[in-house]
Design a protein. Structure first.
Length: 365
C-alpha cells in the first residue's frame, strides 16, 4: 500500500528576500518526496522563479494604500476567490507563507478554509502580512530572535537553506578575475540600485589613487547599461566583472572580500553565511524601515557592517568607509570577519530547528 504523498502549497513572491528562501525550501521538500505547488501574485514575471521546475498559479493582489484602497480590495477579492478554488482543488496538507502582500489572498483563503499554516519571516521585524496572520499559524518561523515572542514562534536554521557551497576552481579565471586580488562586490539587491551604482562610480578614481590592487564585481540591475559600466572600468584599467543580473549569486560572495549592498533579509543572511564584512545602504522606502533595522542588527549585534543611510550616501562617505576597511593592513576587515564567526558559533548552540522538518511534521499531524 502506497503512502499518501504530502502536498505543500507555498506562497511567496515579490523580492528575492521572500522568493529565494521559498525556492530553497521547495527543493528540500521535493527531495523528501513532498509535492509542491506555488501560488502568489507576480510569479509569472519574476525572473528568479523557475517556472519550468514548479507548478504554480499567479494570484491577483495589491498593496493597500489610502490612494488605491478600492482598487486594491478589488484585486485582493479576485485573488482570494482564485485561491479558494485552488485550495479546494489541490487539497494541500500544509500551506507555507513567506510574507508580503503578494501572498495575502492565499494565506487569507487558507485561514478561512482552516488549512494548517506555517509562516516564515526572514527580517529582523515581522512584515505586515505575517504579523496579521501570525496567531493563525501552527508555527511562525524566524531566523533571528526577537523580543515579545509569540507562543507559536520558533527559531529555524538561518538562510540560505543550502548544502555547503563550494566555488568551482576555474570560475575566477572564466570571468577574467584573479583569485588572489582584493575583490569588492557591489550590488543593490535583487532589483539593483542606481544610487549605489552612481556613488560607487564617483568613488572609484579616488579609491584607485589610494590602492591599486583591487578588482570589482558589479551587479548593476536589469535596467542599467552593462557596456557603459564595463567600459568605465576598462578605461581606468580596473579588472572587473559587470552583469545586470545573476541567478547564482553565491559564487560572487565566495570571491569577494568586501561587499557594498542593500540590507534586505536575503542579503544580510548571505553576508553572515559567507562571512563577508560589508558596507550597507538600507533602502529608505522599505516598509517599516525594515532594511535599516536589518542593517543595525548587522552593525550592533553581528558587528560586521558599516552603514550609510541613503540621505548621507556620497562620494566622500563611501570612499571613507571603503578606506577604513583597507587601512592598517585591513585590520577592521579581519576583525569583522572574526565577529561573524563568533556570532555563528553562538547561534549554532541554540535550539534551532529545520523548517523542512517543521513543515513535514505539520502536514502529517
Amino acid at each position: 500500500m502506497h503512502k499518501k504523498k504530502i502536498k505543500a502549497l507555498i506562497s511567496a513572491s515579490g523580492t528575492a528576500g521572500h522568493l529565494i528562501p521559498a525556492i530553497q525550501l521547495a527543493k528540500k521538500l521535493e527531495k523528501s518526496g513532498v509535492d509542491i505547488f506555488f501560488a502568489a501574485y507576480g510569479l509569472e514575471n519574476r525572473e528568479i522563479f523557475p517556472k519550468d521546475k514548479f507548478k504554480y498559479l499567479d494570484v491577483l493582489s495589491a498593496p493597500i494604500t489610502k490612494k488605491t484602497i478600492i482598487f486594491a480590495f478589488f484585486k485582493i477579492f479576485i485573488g482570494f476567490f482564485k485561491s479558494i478554488k485552488l485550495i479546494l482543488k489541490y487539497k494541500p496538507d500544509v500551506v507555507v507563507g513567506f510574507g508580503s502582500y503578494h501572498t495575502f489572498p492565499v494565506i487569507l483563503a487558507s485561514t478561512i478554509l482552516r488549512k494548517k499554516i506555517v509562516l516564515f519571516d526572514s527580517n529582523i521585524i515581522l512584515g505586515k502580512v505575517n504579523k496579521f496572520f501570525a496567531k493563525k499559524a501552527k508555527f511562525l518561523c524566524l531566523q533571528f530572535e526577537r523580543e515579545n515572542k509569540l507562543k507559536n514562534e520558533v527559531l529555524v536554521k538561518p538562510l540560505p537553506w543550502i548544502e555547503n557551497y563550494k566555488l568551482k576552481e576555474n570560475f575566477p579565471r572564466n570571468i577574467a578575475l584573479k583569485k588572489q586580488n582584493f575583490t569588492i562586490l557591489i550590488f543593490g539587491g535583487s532589483q539593483g540600485s542606481e544610487i549605489i551604482n552612481k556613488n560607487f562610480q564617483m568613488t572609484i578614481e579616488d579609491l584607485q589613487k589610494q590602492d591599486k590592487k583591487f578588482q570589482i564585481i558589479h551587479i548593476i540591475g536589469n535596467d542599467q547599461n552593462k557596456e557603459k559600466f564595463k567600459n568605465f572600468y576598462d578605461k581606468l584599467n580596473i579588472t572587473s566583472y559587470v552583469s545586470n543580473f545573476e541567478k547564482d549569486f553565491f559564487k560572487f560572495y565566495c570571491l569577494s572580500d568586501l561587499v557594498i549592498s542593500r540590507s534586505g533579509a536575503a542579503s544580510i543572511s548571505e553576508l553572515i553565511y559567507f562571512e563577508k564584512p560589508s558596507i550597507l545602504v538600507p533602502f529608505k522606502r522599505a516598509k517599516d524601515s525594515h532594511q535599516l533595522k536589518n542593517a543595525l542588527f548587522m552593525k550592533n549585534i553581528v558587528k560586521s557592517a558599516l552603514i550609510i543611510e541613503e540621505d548621507y550616501l556620497s562620494k566622500t562617505t563611501l570612499l571613507d568607509q571603503i578606506l577604513s576597511y583597507l587601512k592598517n593592513d585591513k585590520k577592521k576587515l579581519c576583525l569583522f570577519k572574526e565577529n561573524i564567526q563568533k556570532f555563528k558559533a553562538i547561534q549554532s548552540i541554540k535550539n534551532i530547528k529545520d523548517i523542512e522538518n517543521i513543515v513535514i511534521d505539520v502536514a502529517k499531524n
